[in-house]
Design a protein around this ligand. Structure first.
Ligand code: AMP
Length: 194
């Protein structure tokens, strides 16, 4: 059992590195952004609510996000073997809720890997991604709000997890394979039986 949080600003490469980590460690992947985009694509009630926040670059409300995550854990028994949380938590309230949700299942967050990328590079990547992602939030105006939201609401989690002794920062620019190799190196001491 191993629960890993992949943390970083929009455009820091969370999705890319999570995909590799899933192959490497065989963990269940929960991307809250993908989960919400799937609801939007299916036109569900939740999708309509989520879209009104996502398209403006805002976070969806904490309690709603926490309830969705609790449901996802409850409805997918494989999550008991370990999860990669990609894009969650994004606020202190969500991080505290995650500790509680895992705690009541007899588990915890084992490590948080933070992908650290300079601001100009994030903007550049997001604008490039916007050209073919089809995402309603990859446009210059929304990108700015998402980065503001990240700095104001999400970045404080770095201190939160540093205090818990769980934060492992990795330079998130450069070659994707090199970044992945560094992540694995940093996480090795936190992995069971490695
Ligand atoms: P992402 O794919 O992780 O960049 O997420 C895309 C958008 O989904 C974010 O800009 C938020 O509007 C919403 N979202 C994803 N995860 C969360 C979360 N943990 N809390 C609140 N909103 C979220």
């Amino acid at each position: 059992m191993y629960n890993l949080v992949v943390f970083g600003a929009p455009g820091s490469g969370k999705g890319t590195q999570s995909a590799r980590l899933i192959d490497e460690y065989g963990l269940y992947h929960i991307s809250t952004g993908e989960l919400l985009r799937d609801h939007i694509a299916r036109g569900t009630e939740l999708g309509k609510i989520a879209d009104s926040y996502i398209s403006k670059g805002n976070l969806i409300p904490d309690q709603l996000m926490i309830d969705i995550l609790d449901d996802t854990l409850a409805n997918n028994p494989q999550t008991a073997n370990g999860v990669i949380f990609d894009g969650f938590p994004r606020t202190i309230q969500q991080a505290e809720a995650l500790n509680e949700m895992l705690g009541k299942r007899g588990s915890k967050v084992h490590a948080v890997v933070g992908l650290e990328v300079p601001e100009e590079e994030l903007i550049d990547r997001l604008i490039k991604r916007g050209a073919d992602s089809g995402r309603s939030d990859d446009n210059p105006e929304t990108i700015k709000s998402r980065l503001d939201v990240y700095h104001n609401q999400t970045a404080p989690l770095r201190d939160f997890y540093t205090r818990e002794g769980k934060y492992y920062g990795v330079k998130g620019s450069g070659n994707i394979d090199d970044i992945f190799a560094e992540i694995k190196d940093k996480l090795r001491p936190t992995r069971p039986n490695e």
